[in-house]
Design a protein around this ligand. Sequence first.
Ligand SMILES: Cc1ncc(COP(=O)(O)O)c(C=O)c1O
Length: 425
Amino acid sequence: MTDPTPPTILPASGRPADEVLADLTAKRSDDVRWADGRTFALVFDGGEDVRAVAEEAARLYLHENALNTLAFPSLGSIQSEICAWTADLLHGPEAAGFLTSGGTESILCAVLAARDRALAERGVTEPELVLPISAHAAFHKGAHMFGLRTRTIPVTDAWTTDLDAMADAVGSNTALVVASAPQYPQGIVDPVPEVAAMAADVGASCHVDACMGGFVLPFAEMDGRATQPWDFRVDGVTSISADLHKLGYAPKGVSVILHRTRRLRRYQTFDFDGWLAGRYITPNMQGTRSGLPMAAAWAVLQYLGVDGYRRLVRATLETADRIRAGVSAIDGLMVLGEPIHHLLAMSADPAEQDEATRIEPFSLGEAMASRGWHLDRQGPPPSLHMTVSAGNAKAVDEFVTDLTEAADEVRGGAAGETAQYATLE
Ligand SMILES: Cc1ncc(COP(=O)(O)O)c(C=O)c1O
């Protein structure tokens, strides 16, 4: 249990380090226990050895600041090397990019770059962002922050963007069109070639959000689990985000944003020369920038190499397949759509009309939580979301057994509570 009466003011005198660290350890007691493989998403565990490498690299770079890469040239080279390796994986021979603090920041950078490109190249003063309703909320955040109007497109029965509706929405004011590889809610890859072609037709940018898939899909393809083209091999794709702190197995705070060319990358940077402290150039939303996640990501990428990622991706996808098979074997429960990678959502089977045997997904989520599993509740439609990663492989048998048992327990019961990502307090 967390301390019921936390201090409301800073102690007048400092406390012994061991006491402070013991308190911090105690604070964690109610947090999810991700290391035992029972948490889906939030933490991505590549295994003890990967963690050890990341932790050593993090210790080396705990205090370094990437705000000034002239002072820390090592961080400049870490950034450009990671971007080059990622560009190679995503088949962008001329692609150039930066590291950001995460998927949201990469997406914000893509939105800003697209807006500024539309203004500079086409004189668009009322820019619009066209995106399917499945695209991550960070795009709406970007539109809100940078003054773009959003045009949200419905999805088809297969949970991919409705291309006809998208074609109707794309026009002369379009600055950015979005596709995901895969989208988060149901884990499905959008039809990127068609979306990118629509953007190219009007001279707009097309961003592929591969925050989830960027370090999975390339290795899945090497193992013969290809999806339709989605990366820089597709004409018209102008930028891609890929998160190292998700399935790249780096600690939190690092993502890659790549633009097809250096010229396109220029629209993302901020270069200001009117300040008493001199010229101020930043590549993303941050000022001071921790070197820790950048260096840890560099170390993890080097430590794993292509064969290490292939091994982790194989374990991840086999685990996701077993979970999908387990879900499908439970009466009244179904996987939404046909995801083939590491994300999935389970929901009540609409064919199950009988109130007495129906399974309410959120009640199932509560029953699983009481068994120590963390699954995000989402909707519409009410469903349980799972982002599977290699760390879940060790618990998959137990998961399927518990899910079957929990489904029987809640069958015919009332709906459970929905859950939010976070409160603002
Ligand atoms: C597809 C997709 N894009 C973007 C993001 C945002 O990433 P972050 O939470 O690192 O900001 C997520 C997060 O889950 C995601 O699933």
